[in-house]
Design a protein around this ligand. Structure first.
Ligand SMILES: N[C@@H](CCC(=O)N[C@@H](CS)C(=O)NCC(=O)O)C(=O)O
Length: 185
């Protein structure tokens, strides 16, 4: 198997954690935007090749890897809903990050203001969740940790008023597979 991605992407980080957890052999191929533009129809990372199979989204990659070793991806509807909530917040935060990096003023465009509000309300909801303070972590929790880690790394969000999320993030630092995949430029 070959996983294409970057060392900064939170979506790729989640896949890398799952590779460590499952112990599956996989080559990591560092890929920039030019690389993903030619090799994946989504023009995004991650993507995974296994023989002649191509997976173009972190969620399908994680499901594929977990099922390969006889485990589940988001076993219950509740876990899937929590995973989707984190993913919406993450996807929206990254969307605004790229848009702002291209010089667009978020405050001047109604839909982008709505995107910013979506992030705020989703984070408040995530902060109200009951979160574990030690492993094992499920995929909704791992995705949440990858989101917080990326938002801190890129200085996109101040979590100071969200104490539950801060405590959860402090605790997951002692999980070796999370620590081993910290974002780096
Ligand atoms: N839904 C996708 C999102 C992946 C994604 O947004 N990746 C970012 C990197 S963090 C990317 O490649 N962005 C490039 C672009 O949007 O042009 C997944 O879960 O894999």
């Amino acid at each position: 198997m070959k996983l294409y991605g970057s060392y900064t992407s939170p979506f790729v980080r989640h896949c890398r954690i799952v590779l460590l957890e499952t112990g599956l052999a996989c080559e990591f191929i560092e890929t920039d935007m030019a690389g993903s533009a030619t090799k994946s129809p989504t023009k995004r990372v991650p993507f995974l090749e296994d023989g002649n199979q191509l997976f173009t989204d972190s969620s399908s990659i994680i499901k594929y890897l977990r099922e390969k070793v006889g485990n589940f991806f988001c076993a219950s509807a509740k876990e899937l809903d929590e995973y989707c909530l984190v993913n919406t917040a993450l996807d929206t935060t990254i969307n605004l990050f790229f848009i702002e990096r291209d010089g667009v003023q978020v405050a001047g465009i109604p839909y982008l203001r709505r995107q910013a509000e979506r992030i705020e309300s989703s984070i408040a909801e995530l902060n109200a969740m009951i979160l574990p303070m030690s492993s094992p972590y499920n995929d909704a929790e791992l995705r949440l940790a990858c989101f917080i880690g990326w938002a801190k790394f890129r200085k996109r969000f101040d979590f100071a008023e969200f104490k539950n999320l801060e405590n959860f993030f402090a605790a997951i630092q002692s999980y070796e597979n999370f620590k081993a995949t910290e974002p780096k430029v």
